[in-house]
Design a protein around this ligand. Structure first.
Ligand SMILES: Nc1ncnc2c1ncn2[C@@H]1O[C@H](COP(=O)(O)OP(=O)(O)OP(=O)(O)O)[C@@H](O)[C@H]1O
Ligand SMILES: [Mg+2]
Length: 197
């Protein structure tokens, strides 16, 4: 059995890492064996453990090499908004690294240290930047596109909008009837799967 390990990371806080991890994992959990491993000591996703039946939410294991032997098709790893000791090794073992970012110039500048660390481990080819919490009726400004272009890294075609259903998804165990949000997660899921193949 092959376990696909998907790491969601960004050293900046509040960019939507945990929310995106949760929704991508939940989306695949209908058709595959899925777990989230919560590496955030504050354990935000771990608190949802008892409310979710279709996938497992696990504490971080002591031995990171054991992650691929846990018997899941997909393991999503949520990380804290700082440079943790385990991050370099997580970057090395991940099959795909997702870096969510808000779509402002200053937000994109904050990506630097995360991208550098990925580059040092030669994992940029396996990295996908995802624009998240994109405000309605915004088109990406030229400055943002230039800033994004600086990094030799793939940017997901799918953008995740700023929608209350994403905020609520965590307590409601899903996106409910919000088709816009659902379509975005479906579309990003397809991009993730394509990148893993
Ligand atoms: N697409 C979205 N639309 C609207 N609100 C969102 C979206 N994604 C996340 N949020 C909200 O933004 C806040 C931060 O999101 P989240 O906790 O997922 O970010 P994070 O990167 O995991 O933060 P931290 O670095 O502190 O762990 C939360 O209140 C969450 O509900
Ligand atoms: Mg988080």
């Amino acid at each position: 059995m092959i376990t696909n390990i998907i790491l969601i990371t960004h050293q900046k806080g509040g960019v939507g890492k945990s929310t995106l991890t949760f929704n991508l994992a939940l989306n695949l959990a209908d058709s595959a064996k899925v777990a989230i491993i919560d590496f955030d000591a504050q354990g935000s996703l771990l608190q949802l453990k008892s409310t979710i039946t279709t996938m497992d939410i696990l504490e971080s294991p002591a031995d990171l090499d054991s992650i691929s032997t846990l018997g899941y098709d997909f393991i999503f790893i949520d990380t804290p908004p700082y440079l943790s000791n385990s991050l370099p090794q997580l970057i090395s073992i991940a099959d795909l690294i997702i870096v969510p970012t808000k779509a402002g110039v200053l937000d994109l500048m904050a990506i630097n240290s995360t991208i550098l660390m990925i580059e040092e481990r030669r994992r940029l080819d396996n990295t996908l930047i995802v624009l998240s919490m994109v405000k309605p009726n915004t088109t990406l400004t030229l400055d943002v596109l230039i800033e994004l272009n600086k990094y030799d890294v793939h940017v997901a075609k799918t953008q995740i909008s700023d929608l209350v259903s994403f905020t609520r998804s965590v307590v409601r165990s899903g996106l409910g009837k919000d088709l816009k949000a659902k379509n975005q997660i479906d579309s990003l899921t397809r991009e993730v799967l394509a990148k893993l193949l």
